[in-house]
Design a protein around this ligand. Structure first.
Ligand code: ADP
Length: 628
C-alpha cells in the first residue's frame, strides 16, 4: 500500500539529520569540556591565589611579629650605663662580667638567642651566652653587613648563618655612641630555625628569599641555602666574604621556569639528594610571592599544580559525564520516538487495512443482504405460488377422486332412480286400482329414496367445496361417516366389510370438517385400491383418545406397503399405481392437511398383513387451552 511507504520516506530526512546533529553535538561538547577545563582551572587558581594570599599574609605577619619583638632592643641596650663603661675599659674584667650577666638576664627574658657587644673594630667584647671575648686581631664581625650599617650610625639588621652551630639567625645591631663617634655595636641574635615547622603544608611550600635570591628559610629542608637564580661572581664573593651563609655551596634550585609570580617547573636534580626520592621534582608549581619591603626579603609560596589539576580533571570528568548523560538521554528519547513513530506507522497501516476490510466486508454484507432480500422475496413468491399450486392440486386431486367415485356414484344414484321409477310406476298402478294405501307407501318410499339421493349429492357438494376457513372443533366420527357415505358405492362394489369402532364420547378435534373428510376419503380410497386383489376385504376404522389427542387407525387387509416404499408414501407424486389410476398426491395432501391441524400421520404394516395408517389430532379443548 502506498500509505505504508509514506512514513518510511518521511523518516529518511530525519535519519539523515542524525549524523550531522551528532557531529555538532560532539563539537559543542568538546568546546564545553575545554571551556569547563579553563573555567575550572581559573576557579582553582583563584582559590589557590586567595589561599596563598592569606598564607603569605600569615607568614609575613609571623616573621614580622617575631622580629619586631627585638627591633628596639639594641637601641635600648645601647643606652645601658655599663656598655660605655666596658667600651671605655675593654680589659676591665669586673665591668665585663657585670655586663655579661646583665646581657644574659636580658636575653633570657626577651627570648633572644644571644646579645653581644662589639668594639668599633667588630671584635666581640662580651656575650650574653658567656662566650670568651675574642682577642683583638682575630676573626671579627667587621665584615658583617649589620655591623657595618651600625657603624654608619643606623640600625643594622641582617640574616646570617652561625659558622659554628650552622643555626640561622637574624641580627639586629645598634651603634653605641661616645660623644660624636661610635665606640661599639650592640648585637642581638634571634634564632630563626623554629619558624619553618609552622609552615608545613601537604600541597604547598614556603620559601623566604633574601635580597640576593638565597633561600634561607624553607618548608623543604633540602631547598635551604639554594638560590632561585644563579648568583653572579661578585655577589657570591661578597657573600663568602661576609660569611653570611657559613660556607654553604649556594647551588641554584633546579627550576626550569621562574619561579616568579606564575608557574614554576621543578626539574629532577641530577643526583637525588641524600638518597631520598624527591616527590616534588618534575612537577609544576603555582607561584605567588610578596615582598617584605622593610627587610628586602621575598616570601614565595609554591602550590603543587596537581591540586588544581585534580580539580580541573574532576570538572572535566563531571562535564563529560553530564554531556554523556545528555547524549544518552537524547539517544533514548530519539529511539523511543522512532519506535513510537514505527508503532504508529504500523498501527496506521493496520487501521487503513482494517478500514479497507471493513469496507469490503460491508460491501459484501450489503450485497449478501440484497441477495438475501431477493431470495426471501423469491421464496415468498414461490411459497405463495406453492400454496396456490397446492390448493389447486388439492382441488384437482379431489376432482380426480370424484372421477374415480363417479362409477360408484352413478350406481348409487341409478339404484334409487330405478327404485323411484318402479315405485312411481307401481304407485300409478296402485292408484288406478284404488289401492291408495299401497300407493302412499310407494310415494313414501320415493320420498325416502330422494332423501338418500339428496344426501349423496350433499356429500359430493361438500367434498368438492374448497374449504378456506381456519381449523375449529369438529366431530371426527362425522367426517368418517361422510367419507364412508361418499365411498359407499365403491365399498359395496368391491365387497368390502367396514368395521367401525368409535366410542360415543370421543372428544372433538381441532380441524376443518371438509378437509378432515378429504383425509378419510383418501385413506379409505387407498385401502379399497389395495384390497382390489385380495380375497378377504375388510376396512377397520378404530378411534381412540388419550391425554395427547385423538387417534384414528385405518387398517386394511391388502398387501400392505412394501418396505422400500414406506418412506416415500407421503412424497408428492409418488405412486405405485398404474397411469390413470393414481396421481401420487393423496397421501402428500393428507400429510399436509394433518400437519396444518397440528397433528401427525404415520404408516406401518400389520403383522398379519395390510397397511395401518394412524392419524393423531390434537383435542380441541387442549388446543384451545394451549391457545389461551
Ligand atoms: P395414489 O393413490 O394416487 O397412488 P397416494 O399418495 O394416495 O397416491 O398413495 C401413494 C402410494 O402409497 C400408492 O401408490 C400406494 O403404493 C401406496 N399406498 C397407499 N395406501 C396404501 C394401502 N392402504 N396399502 C398399500 N399401499 C398403499
Amino acid at each position: 500500500m502506498t500509505s505504508a511507504h509514506e512514513p518510511t520516506s518521511a523518516r529518511s530526512p530525519r535519519k539523515r539529520l542524525v549524523l550531522p546533529m551528532l557531529a555538532v553535538y560532539l563539537v559543542v561538547s568538546a568546546a564545553i569540556v575545554v571551556g569547563t577545563a579553563y573555567w575550572a582551572r581559573d576557579q582553582a587558581e583563584t582559590a589557590v591565589r586567595e589561599r596563598s594570599d592569606s598564607t603569605l599574609n600569615l607568614v609575613i605577619e609571623n616573621l614580622r611579629g617575631e622580629l619586631s619583638k627585638f627591633i628596639y632592643m639594641p637601641k635600648l641596650l645601647s643606652s645601658l650605663e655599663s656598655i660605655p663603661r666596658v667600651l671605655a675599659a675593654p680589659t676591665d674584667r669586673q665591668s665585663i662580667d657585670i655586663l655579661t650577666e646583665e646581657l644574659g638576664n636580658i636575653a633570657n627574658i626577651s627570648g633572644a638567642q644571644a646579645i653581644y657587644l662589639l668594639d668599633d673594630t667588630g671584635h666581640q667584647i662580651t656575650s650574653s651566652d658567656g662566650a670568651t671575648p675574642q682577642p683583638r686581631g682575630t676573626a671579627s664581625s667587621a665584615d658583617q653587613p649589620y655591623f657595618r650599617e651600625a657603624m654608619q650610625g643606623r640600625l643594622g639588621r641582617h640574616f646570617g648563618v652561625d659558622a659554628s652551630t650552622r643555626g640561622r639567625s637574624y641580627f639586629f645591631a645598634h651603634p653605641v655612641r661616645r660623644q660624636t663617634s661610635i665606640a661599639g655595636v650592640v648585637v642581638i641574635r634571634v634564632a630563626m630555625d623554629n619558624l619553618e615547622p609552622l609552615w608545613f603544608s601537604a600541597d604547598s611550600e614556603i620559601l623566604i628569599v633574601d635580597e640576593d635570591g638565597v633561600v634561607f628559610l624553607s618548608s623543604r629542608p633540602e631547598w635551604r641555602f639554594q638560590t632561585l637564580n644563579p648568583l653572579d661572581t661578585q655577589t657570591r664573593d661578597r657573600l663568602v666574604r661576609e660569611g653570611r651563609y657559613a660556607g654553604q655551596a649556594l647551588d641554584t634550585l633546579p627550576f626550569t621556569d621562574g619561579p616568579a609570580d606564575g608557574i614554576a617547573r621543578l626539574q629532577p636534580p641530577p643526583g637525588q639528594s641524600n638518597g631520598r626520592p624527591d616527590t616534588t621534582t618534575g612537577t609544576d608549581f603555582l607561584v605567588h610571592e610578596r615582598e617584605m619591603t622593610d627587610s628586602g626579603w621575598r616570601v614565595l609560596i609554591l602550590t603543587n599544580a596537581l591540586t588544581t589539576q585534580r580539580q580541573v580533571d574532576t570538572a572535566i570528568v563531571a562535564a563529560t559525564s553530564v554531556l554523556l548523560i545528555i547524549l544518552l538521554i537524547a539517544t533514548n528519547i530519539y529511539q523511543r520516538r522512532r519506535r513510537m513513530i514505527e508503532r504508529m506507522t504500523i498501527q496506521e497501516a493496520a487501521r487503513q487495512q482494517l478500514e479497507v476490510r471493513v469496507l469490503e466486508r460491508t460491501q459484501n454484507l450489503t450485497e449478501t443482504n440484497t441477495k438475501l432480500r431477493d431470495e426471501i422475496e423469491e421464496r415468498h413468491r414461490a411459497e405463495s405460488e406453492l400454496r396456490t399450486t397446492q390448493a389447486e392440486l388439492v382441488q384437482a386431486s379431489k376432482m380426480a377422486a370424484l372421477g374415480q367415485m363417479a362409477a360408484g356414484l352413478s350406481h348409487e344414484l341409478n339404484q334409487p332412480l330405478a327404485a323411484i321409477r318402479s315405485y312411481a310406476e307401481n304407485a300409478a298402478a296402485f292408484l288406478d286400482r284404488q289401492r291408495t294405501e299401497t300407493a302412499k307407501s310407494n310415494l313414501t318410499g320415493i320420498a325416502e329414496l330422494t332423501d338418500r339421493m339428496a344426501r349423496i349429492i350433499k356429500n359430493l357438494r361438500t367434498y368438492s367445496r374448497n374449504e378456506q376457513v381456519a381449523a375449529r372443533p369438529v366431530r371426527l366420527q362425522q367426517a368418517i361417516h361422510e367419507a364412508l357415505n361418499l365411498l359407499e358405492g365403491r365399498l359395496t362394489q368391491s365387497d368390502i366389510t367396514v368395521v367401525l369402532d368409535s366410542p360415543d364420547n370421543l372428544p372433538l378435534v381441532l380441524a376443518g370438517d371438509v378437509r378432515l373428510q378429504q383425509v378419510f376419503v383418501n385413506l379409505f380410497t387407498n385401502a379399497i385400491d389395495a384390497m382390489k386383489d385380495t380375497p378377504e376385504r375388510s376396512l377397520s376404522i378404530r378411534a381412540t383418545s388419550d391425554a395427547g389427542g385423538v387417534q384414528v387407525c385405518v387398517q386394511d387387509t391388502g398387501p400392505g406397503v412394501p418396505a422400500e416404499v414406506l418412506e416415500n408414501v407421503f412424497d408428492p407424486f409418488y405412486s405405485t399405481k398404474d397411469v390413470g389410476e393414481g396421481m401420487g398426491l393423496g397421501l402428500s395432501i393428507t400429510h399436509g392437511i394433518i400437519r396444518r391441524f397440528g397433528g401427525v400421520i404415520t404408516v406401518s404394516n400389520a403383522c398379519e398383513g395390510g397397511a395401518i395408517f394412524t392419524v393423531t389430532l390434537p383435542r380441541a379443548e387442549l388446543a384451545n387451552e394451549a391457545a389461551e
